[in-house]
Design a protein around this ligand. Structure first.
Ligand SMILES: [Zn+2]
Length: 570
């Protein structure tokens, strides 16, 4: 049993106005309610009240992970750099990886995720198929050198994360472990009062097969999801496929030079020739892992760098500088796939499948008509490297058009496969005594982000409206006129009854006006407000008001405690 927390002795400061840098409503309330305060860009300190909210969220996550059969453990946050070099991820993470050296100048990293560390542990423990499947998780601080930390708790350099890792004897078994985590995530977000959509996602620097993200749709979020209202297809913008508008039919014709003086963009080219953008090919110059790259894509589409990186297996993509452009024989504004030197050529499917398109001749002010992939030029690689966007056709159904929605990514689940097990030597013996590598899954929830999203999804003009499941306290008690003996006596009785019932209460015993106390109760947002005052006592009890809405009513003390217990914990 926890005794009630008295605000006169609590480490808490609420603010009338939010600091100017806070843009999102949830970020403003986080600061105004005194839950957290910035230490530096992307680094926040949590106050006792903020930490209570965080721990309630962690408890909810633990309950669902344990119920799904996962086992909690603890891995170090500091890893030898060698381990990350062995797995290939020191390079894949690039500048986002925090690196440091010990006193002997040996390299270390502050881990952004724990596939390597958990694989090392599994390698020393797992021996037989009888020990599989197993899912392990932890809730721990992670580190990421964000170039632009912002948005309060949304983009941090140090953040809390629940990360889980499953080990299975085969893909079918992994499908079941993955589904168990997927269902646990649905319950976690539902119980925390945060609506989410699950979208197909790219597996990024971590690598792997199936991958889905849980996104809280919110117009101010930084992530973008593409949704089909007709069939329910949902993917994040990096991953989304689409059905391109078909090419304009044309009979094969010989390549033809056409003078295009002063034309330097696709829009200008289409207008000059009186054709549609999808009858042209656009050239994009990049450098992939240091190698010059020419990407040809239909004029009405844009390159998706994530898909392109995946197609090439490249860790980095950068723009090509002017000198390299000239060396390759490319002419900006009139670039095309003919006559290139020392450049790798990639064709998007939109170009590879099209009849003759108009493309640059690599000569200023000149383009070529009827240029056909496979006849006039060939690419070193062909694939879908186009960016989906709102308005394009759905890849799954015939009639749907994609819609774009902004949101916040809160969770991510992956089927990793055997990659880490192979690299780091995790093996098990099957029933015939043969050795195999287990296949892995990994599953993450950003705990700070989830806290931010809970506030974002649960507030009104007065302040936070905590869902009872994650509220820092079960009740907010406002004491008015507590210098009067009958109020002091009733307050003591209420506090004792709440404590005896196992309920946690924040008691406003400060020397403040009733208006200021009620405003703070709304701002702090506990599910139930109980007011002990001479007026309420005169009417036979304490005043009870649910924060989520409904009128204040005066009820006997015992009934007030029972009502709080009904709402608490959800
Ligand atoms: Zn569809």
């Amino acid at each position: 049993m926890t005794p009630p927390t008295r605000m006169s002795r609590y480490f808490l400061r609420t603010l009338r106005e939010a600091p100017a840098e806070a843009e999102l409503p949830g970020h403003r309330l986080l600061l105004r309610a005194g839950l957290a305060a910035p230490l530096a860009a992307g680094l926040y300190s949590f106050t006792p009240l903020g930490w209570r909210a965080m721990r309630r969220i962690e408890t909810l996550i633990r309950e669902e992970m344990d119920a799904a059969g996962a086992h909690e453990l603890r891995l170090p946050a500091l890893h030898p750099l060698e381990l990350w070099e062995e797995s290939g991820r020191a390079q894949a993470f690039g500048g986002a990886l925090f690196r440091l050296a010990d006193r002997r100048q040996r390299g270390f990293v502050l881990a952004p995720t724990h596939e390597e560390a958990v694989s090392m542990l599994a390698a020393s423990h797992i021996q037989s198929y009888r020990e599989l499947p197993v899912t392990l998780y932890q809730i721990q601080q992670k580190f990421r050198d964000e170039p632009r930390p912002r948005g309060g708790l949304l983009r941090l350099r140090e953040f809390g994360m629940k990360d889980a890792y499953s080990f299975d004897a085969g893909w079918e078994s992994l499908d079941r472990s993955y589904l168990a985590m997927f269902r646990a995530y649905e319950r976690i977000f539902a119980r925390a009062g945060v609506p989410v959509v699950a979208v197909e996602a790219d597996s990024g620097a971590i690598g792997g097969k199936d991958s889905q993200e849980f996104i809280h749709l919110n117009e101010r979020g930084e992530d973008e999801a593409l949704l089909c209202p007709a069939c329910g297809y949902a993917a994040n913008a990096e991953k989304a496929e689409f059905r391109a508008d078909p090419p304009v039919a044309a009979d094969p014709a010989p390549v033809e030079r056409v003078e295009t003086p002063g034309v330097g963009t696709i829009a200008a080219l289409a207008q000059f020739l009186g054709i549609e953008a999808r009858q042209t090919a656009k050239a994009v110059f990049l450098v992939a892992d240091g190698e010059p790259l020419f990407v040809a894509i239909r004029g009405d589409l844009e390159v998706n760098e994530t898909k392109l990186r995946n197609l090439l297996g490249a860790a980095t993509l950068e723009p090509m500088d002017d000198e390299a452009v000239a060396r390759a024989g490319l002419v900006a504004g009139s670039a095309g796939p003919l006559g290139l030197a020392g450049v790798r050529v990639v064709a998007d499917e939109s170009v590879a499948g099209a009849p003759g398109l108009v493309a640059g001749a690599n000569e200023r002010g000149v383009h070529l008509r009827n240029l056909a992939h496979g006849r006039d030029w060939t690419a070193d690689a062909v694939g879908d490297v186009a960016l989906a966007r709102a308005g394009l056709g759905c890849p799954r159904c015939a009639e749907g058009r994609l819609e774009a929605r902004a949101g916040m990514e809160l969770g991510h689940v992956f089927k990793l496969g055997a990659r880490y097990a192979e690299t780091l030597g995790v093996r098990y013996l099957d029933d015939a005594g043969a050795r195999h590598h287990p296949v892995m899954g990994c599953y993450g929830i950003g705990v700070d982000r989830l806290l931010a999203a809970v506030i974002e999804a649960n507030h009104d003009e007065g302040g936070i409206v905590w869902p009872a499941t994650v509220a820092p306290f079960d009740a907010h008690v406002v004491a008015l006129g507590s210098d009067r003996p009958e109020v002091a006596e009733a307050l003591a009785a209420l506090e004792a009854a709440l404590e005896a019932a196992g309920l946690e209460a924040l008691v406003d015993d400060r020397d403040e006006s009733p208006g200021a106390k009620f405003a703070d109760a709304d701002l702090l947002g506990m599910p139930v407000r109980l007011t002990v005052s001479p007026r309420a006592l005169g009417r036979g009890g304490v005043e009870l008001k649910p924060r989520a809405g409904g009128d204040a009513v005066v009820v006997p003390l015992e009934e007030a405690v029972a009502r709080v217990r009904e709402t608490a914990g959800g």
